[in-house]
Ligand binder design. Structure first.
Ligand code: ADP
Ligand code: MG
Length: 611
């Protein structure tokens, strides 16, 4: 056969295969058009999973009569005119192929009335050819009806699944846009049944309730350190040049068998990205059972210039200019939210909500001037704190009384509800756990994990103030390091120096140790401590906060914290618990493991058969 240019309808049909894979893809394109048209009410109706009929009705701007025909031409669009426009797209569509593609594989009727025209235009296109063009009466907005999808493409038709499956795909598409546009109304009717409705309240949480149900939505945590995700992107986390991250993530108890419950959006566009989904999964490290996946709805807000959405005809994939920054921003935002909100695991293994503070009502067990007074009494009429001489460093030297506030400083709300109730130390168990009483039950605290948390927040705060105390050694020590340790030491020399750990290359695999962080000063055998820290860094130990400093600090604190199997005196335990109470994220150690488990008074009563 000689080479020929394909007839437009043939070319369109071939191209349609890329854009319209199944009924849900047509629904997606039509909804995007309605959103781009500024519609506030979008109604979707399908029959037989969309194969028999798809109808999308909107109250958007409509198409002027003289442009209606153009809408069905390939590469005809009102959304962009130059290649530069691709760099700052604010519309969902831009390729100008959807209507042309759909019309080449189905019978399409488009009824539209634009603002300012008295009559609506009705145009019918069947398999690429216009069959009707008339003026009719209709309300403002656009209705697109797609019938007999793929009737002329038997190969496609063969691959369609059962109507119920296709309808489920369509529902997924509609719910995604409802999540991304909570201020717009959406409805989906399938074979006469209302499958989904979002009422356009503008609150993301309301849509979550519609999509997942109230019980489920209640277990979702707003992704934001300071604000409510419903307050929009302004209140979301902005991470050093990365995208703003907002949305909701499921409490760890809400895990699922696959990643299908992780929904990602960038600039309100749903997208697929296994790497970013992995950032979410990774943020749950140690919080989920192996092989289970979290639930999340994550929104990224970023400059359109840092984003390429023109990767694939269906626009389901995007390319980030700085994928690593996006990954880190998502991972941090999710992790921080989880760590801040993580409930304390119940002693039995399940998770119980824990009282955040002492009840207002005076509990029966209370004595004298309340727990504060009672605790002070235990500590020795308020003098005890200064008399306490812990045998281990509870706080970084140099700033003993600075409140260990933020892990990052900038995003700490000025006042916050206490994350832990005040606890009364009862004693120590197995020289490893602190037994404490809270307002409504018993707390078992892992002394090592708790101390790690306290030192970690202290040191991060000190570092942010450039005030990490360092202790010079009387005589520098020569360390002979392994290859792995040398690699870490060489790479992290400056950072470790900032943390008070001063190493100096001494030829070959030897390093001179000149100073150690003050929190390590009393620990004896500083060379062993430093080697363990280098090993910890080499292992890329999983750390909550993925920043470089945080990793170094975690490695140091892990070594400096009091170990399990170390007897502690009552004042030492009281001091540790007091400092833990003041922490920003007291319920988990820097690795994300719990610092404590909890058994409620009610559970104790149940176990003893009292109720
Ligand atoms: P694209 O969305 O990429 O521009 P489409 O083929 O989806 O390409 O649509 C072509 C054009 O038709 C759009 O650019 C828009 O001007 C117009 N259009 C399509 N659907 C609607 C709608 N629901 N409301 C208003 N205009 C629409
Ligand atoms: Mg479009």
């Amino acid at each position: 056969m000689p080479i020929r240019v394909l007839a437009p309808e043939v070319a369109n049909q071939i191209a349609a295969g890329e854009v319209v894979e199944r009924p849900a893809s047509a629904v997606k394109e039509l909804i995007e058009n309605s959103l781009d048209a500024g519609a506030s009410d979008i109604g979707v109706e399908v029959r037989e999973g969309g194969r028999r009929l798809i109808r999308v009705q909107d109250d958007g701007c409509g198409i002027p009569p003289d442009e209606v025909r153009m809408a069905f031409l390939r590469h005809a669009t009102s959304k962009l005119s130059t290649t530069e426009d691709l760099g700052h797209l604010t519309t969902l569509g831009f390729r100008g192929e959807a209507l042309a593609s759909i019309a080449s594989v189905a019978q399409v009727a488009l009824l539209t009335r634009s603002q300012g025209s008295d009559a609506a235009t009705l145009i019918r296109v069947a398999e690429g050819h216009e069959v009707e063009h008339s003026l009719v009466g209709a309300p403002g907005g656009t209705t697109v009806t797609v019938e007999h999808l793929f009737a002329n493409v038997p190969a496609r038709l063969k691959f369609l699944k059962q109507a119920a499956t296709e309808a489920a795909h369509i529902q997924q598409v509609v719910t995604r846009y409802a999540l991304a546009y909570p201020e717009r109304r959406f409805s989906l009717v399938s074979d006469g049944k209302l499958l989904f409705q979002a009422t356009g309240t503008g609150k993301l949480f309301d849509v979550l309730v519609k999509v997942y149900g109230l019980e489920f939505a209640r277990q979702m945590i707003a992704l934001s350190a300071d604000g409510d995700a419903d307050d929009g992107p302004a209140a979301s986390l902005h991470d050093r040049g990365g995208p703003a991250v907002s949305g909701y993530v499921g409490a760890p108890a809400l895990h699922r068998a696959n990643r299908g419950y992780i929904s990602l959006f960038v600039n309100r566009r749903w997208f697929q990205d296994s790497s970013i989904a992995y950032a979410v999964v990774q943020a749950y490290h140690t919080l989920l059972p192996v092989g289970r996946y979290p639930v999340a709805v994550v929104f990224l807000e970023m400059d359109p210039q840092d984003l390429d959405v023109n990767v694939h005809p269906t626009k389901a994939e995007v390319r980030f200019r700085q994928p690593n920054a996006v990954f880190a921003a998502v991972q941090r935002a999710v992790r921080r939210t989880l760590v801040d909100q993580a409930p304390i695991p119940a002693a039995g293994g399940s998770v119980t909500a824990v009282p955040q503070a002492w009840p207002q009502e005076t509990p029966a067990v209370q004595v004298g001037g309340g727990w504060d007074a009672r605790r002070d009494a235990l500590l020795g009429a308020g003098h005890a704190r200064s008399e306490v001489q812990p045998s281990f460093a509870l706080h970084a030297a140099g700033t003993p009384d600075a409140p260990p506030t933020a892990s990052t400083g900038h995003d700490t709300p000025p006042e916050r509800a206490p994350l832990l109730p005040m606890l009364r130390v009862v004693g120590q168990l197995a020289a490893t756990y602190i037994v404490a009483e809270g307002p409504d039950g018993m707390y078992l605290i892992d002394q090592h994990a708790a101390h790690e948390r306290v030192l970690y927040e202290q040191m991060l705060a000190d570092h942010a103030r450039r005030g990490v105390a360092s202790q010079p050694l009387l005589e520098p020590l020569v360390l002979d390091l392994t290859a792995d340790q040398v690699a870490v030491a060489a790479e992290e020399l400056a950072l470790l120096g900032e943390m008070g750990l001063v190493l100096e290359p001494f030829g070959g695999s030897s390093y001179l140790l000149r100073s150690v962080p003050a929190i390590l000063a009393g620990s004896g055998q500083p060379e062993r401590a430093v080697v363990e820290i280098l090993d910890g860094l080499a292992q890329r130990d999983n750390v909550v906060d993925a920043s470089h400093e945080a990793r170094a600090i975690t490695a140091i604190c892990k070594r400096a914290a009091v170990k399990g199997n170390s007897p502690m005196s009552l004042p030492e335990m009281q001091e540790l618990v007091r400092r833990l109470e003041a922490c920003r994220s007291p319920r988990t150690c820097p690795h994300g493991r719990p610092t404590m488990v909890y058994m409620s008074a009610a559970e104790l009563a149940r176990q003893f058969g009292r109720i």
